[in-house]
Design a protein around this ligand. Structure first.
Ligand SMILES: C[S@@+](CC[C@H](N)C(=O)[O-])C[C@H]1O[C@@H](n2cnc3c(N)ncnc32)[C@H](O)[C@@H]1O
Length: 262
């Protein structure tokens, strides 16, 4: 009698990628991620996910293309404008009443979210000391975010008057003004591992980043984010996302995507 061992090439791929890049795909929702990877490689004529290992190791352009496929860096200035309206009109005036304002864009991609927030802080509380930390697992996006450069397309949802208060028009797009760049700081960081200091932020934006995480991993991250807020601080999630047990995390909510730490 012969026995066959099913080789799970997806599991092998995750272990390999973690070794090469530090990104741990085993914590993400498998069906969606596997579908993305299989179609990506099928288009290149590869049927097994172990076939591209050499290419991933030796071809930086290929690794870039793969990371674009995996990390989904889509963003834009004033993404979901209705959320920014609430942040500008309600959250920031309240948060500005106490001293320094410390914010975190968790999964900041190329910085559009952090610079949108910086513009609004510049408008709403120009005399407050504001620090906005952006972190992302993709170091290419972190390098881009530090430049503060955005295309015309990136600014498509931005209200023209507010945009001009934070950005100067340059050839082909917009550049964040110096005062915004002074408020922001971008670092590579993995949300699956980060352990922020309890009570260290007034405002955390974690939008459109956990959608591919498995539910237990997402919930565990929300627990850490809630703990990182000071009492009275806010967590803003994406407009289609939610925190599953907010009261257990000491959060209250009267808007679908905004949570306040009690
Ligand atoms: C769709 S973008 C969202 C950007 C921005 N928050 C927004 O709403 O426009 C998702 C970002 O999450 C980042 N990301 C994915 N997994 C991550 C992880 N484990 N740790 C940190 N960032 C991660 C990706 O690299 C990507 O830039």
């Amino acid at each position: 009698m012969t026995t066959t061992t099913a080789v799970d090439d997806y599991v092998e791929f995750c272990a390999f990628l973690r070794q090469v890049t530090g990104i741990d795909l085993s914590q993400y929702k498998r069906p969606q991620m596997e579908r993305r990877l299989r179609s990506f490689y099928a288009n290149k004529g590869m049927q097994s996910l172990t076939e591209p290992f050499d290419r991933i190791r030796n071809d930086p352009a290929h690794l870039d293309e793969l990371l674009d496929r995996i990390t989904i860096n889509v963003s834009q200035l004033w993404r979901n404008p209705e959320q920014w309206d609430i942040i500008r009109k309600t959250l920031l005036p309240e948060l500005a009443q106490s001293g320094q304002l410390r914010a975190w864009s968790a999964g900041s991609s190329y910085g559009a979210e952090a610079y949108t927030l910086a513009t609004l802080c510049h408008i709403v509380c120009p005399t407050r000391r504001v620090t906005i930390q952006g972190t992302d697992i993709d170091k290419r996006m972190v390098a881009r975010a530090r430049l503060g450069l955005f295309s015309v397309e990136d600014a498509r949802s931005a209200p023209a008057d507010l945009l001009e208060m934070g950005f100067e028009a340059i050839d082909g797009g917009w550049r964040a003004k110096l005062e915004l760049r002074k408020m922001t700081r971008f670092d590579v960081g993995d949300l699956l591992r980060v352990q922020p200091r309890p009570g260290s932020y007034d405002l955390i934006l974690c939008r459109n980043t956990v959608i591919y995480f498995s539910e237990p991993i997402r919930d565990e991250l929300h627990t850490r984010l809630a703990s990182a807020l000071r009492p009275g601080g806010y967590l803003v999630v994406g407009s289609t996302e939610r925190v599953s047990q907010p009261t257990q995390l000491g959060l209250t909510t009267n808007q679908p995507f905004i949570y306040r730490k009690a």
